[in-house]
Design a binder for this molecule. Structure first.
Ligand SMILES: [Zn+2]
Length: 411
């Protein structure tokens, strides 16, 4: 056993160099992924492309589950680790606003451009090739590695992993997410909620507005109350950052443009810190003096769209914040793997986004870390991109992480 580990450590020291030798294959795969549009609920072709790559690279088991997620397995040891990247991307509004075709994977000056390059196709390509590299040199025998290329990440972050844990019985002891962290380590993110607040009124003819109750007038002070709530939240000292709230839509209904509206709804984007629970957030809004005075209805929205395979898996739009302690083996392994790959002390990354970690760590308490190529500042923009020089270090990191993690011994 001792000898075997020594051998493995010897090989793993060469991973950064070996990864550079495999960069071309990773880039070719990434270009293919970029050239296959994969909006949420339209990921089928991209999923099939991932299956083919995994099969060609010799994964031990590759399949697509009933939701449409791709699962690739390496090894069959008793300790399970998982690596995740979502395969869907946000869409394109105006293609002419793009300097480079969003679906061609154009490379210029060492940068590859295209929709989803940063979020999270570069991470996915590096994961597939990084773990395949580890396979060639031996998966630590106590480990099983699952690579999940998951769907619906943009529309309903982490729903895929609710399915994988509850329905597929996947219970890894740690999860690595290939998020665009620019090779920095992320071990916590804010979560989020999508909410609506509704006021009702009494409609009358617009010629006699005083005979009715205008639902928009009832809503107006609530909007101000939400703004005030945000200022209070922003001043709180919370991990991994203070909560926030903003109105993202306002709409009203009226029998006619010549009548007083009897219904008004605002949509809220609420970011939550660790420890902010759904009921408390709902109560806090309902108890805003303006909302209480108007008798407003505050509700959490649900997600219920069918996946590309036709599966409906409804869930509350509540994605809790998460933080994996710095002393957890997952964070320690990430720090050590990054140190060896980068040849320096790694940096930590405070992501502004939410990710699958909201489910794996926030909902299920599975220690989670994020690490990947590309920078989230380019995600969802028409300069979506990845610096190709970050692919090989990311591949080496994913190959090294299981070796270092296993070397820390049992949890
Ligand atoms: Zn995104």
């Amino acid at each position: 056993m001792g000898r075997k580990r020594t051998t493995k450590d010897g090989i793993s020291a060469a991973f950064p160099e070996l990864a550079r030798g495999r960069e071309a294959g990773c880039v070719a795969f990434l270009k293919d992924l970029i050239s296959i549009p994969s909006p949420s609920r339209g990921e089928r072709l991209a999923c099939e492309r991932v299956v083919r790559e995994m099969e060609e690279l010799g994964f031990d088991e590759v399949r697509i589950d009933a939701m449409g997620n791709v699962l690739g397995r390496l090894g069959s040891g008793p300790r399970v680790l998982a690596f995740d990247a979502h395969i869907d991307t946000v869409g394109i509004t105006d293609p002419t606003a793009w300097q480079f075709d969003p679906f061609r994977g154009v490379i210029q000056d060492g940068v590859l451009y295209g929709r989803g390059a940063s979020d999270q196709k570069a991470g996915l390509a590096a994961l597939v090739h990084g773990l395949a590299m580890l396979r060639e040199h031996g998966i630590p025998e106590e480990l099983t590695l699952w690579l999940t290329a998951t769907v619906l990440g943009e529309e309903c972050v982490g729903l895929s992993w609710q399915y994988l844990v509850r329905e597929e019985g996947l219970r890894p002891e740690a999860v690595v997410i290939a998020m665009p962290s620019r090779l920095r380590i992320c071990h916590g993110q804010r979560g989020r909620m999508e909410l609506e607040v509704e006021t009702t009124g009494v409609s009358t003819h617009g010629a006699h507005p005083d005979r009715g109750e205008n639902a928009v007038y009832a809503m107006a002070p609530i909007v101000q109350g939400v703004a005030r709530l945000h200022r209070r939240l922003a001043g709180e000292d919370r991990a991994p950052g203070p909560g926030s709230v903003t109105v993202t839509e306002i709409r009203s209904e009226s029998p006619a443009m010549t009548a007083v509206p009897d219904r008004c709804v605002i949509h809220l984007d609420r970011r939550v810190a660790v420890g902010e629970e759904r009921e408390a957030v709902l109560t806090e809004l309902a108890e805003l003096p303006e909302a209480a005075a108007a008798g407003a209805d505050v509700r959490l929205l649900q997600y219920g769209n069918a996946s590309w395979r036709g599966l409906e898996y409804p869930t509350d739009m509540f994605f809790p914040a998460w933080e994996t302690p710095g002393g957890d083996p997952a964070v320690r392994a990430a720090v050590e793997a990054a140190r060896r790959v980068l040849g320096r002390e790694p940096e930590f990354h405070r992501s502004d986004f939410s990710s699958t970690g909201c489910t794996t760590a926030g909902l299920f308490g599975i220690p989670t870390v994020g690490f990947g190529p590309a920078d989230e500042i380019h995600s969802h923009t028409n300069l979506d991109q990845v610096a190709l020089a970050q692919l090989a270090p990311a591949m080496a990191f994913y190959a090294l992480f299981p070796v270092v993690y296993a070397g820390l011994g049992p949890r």
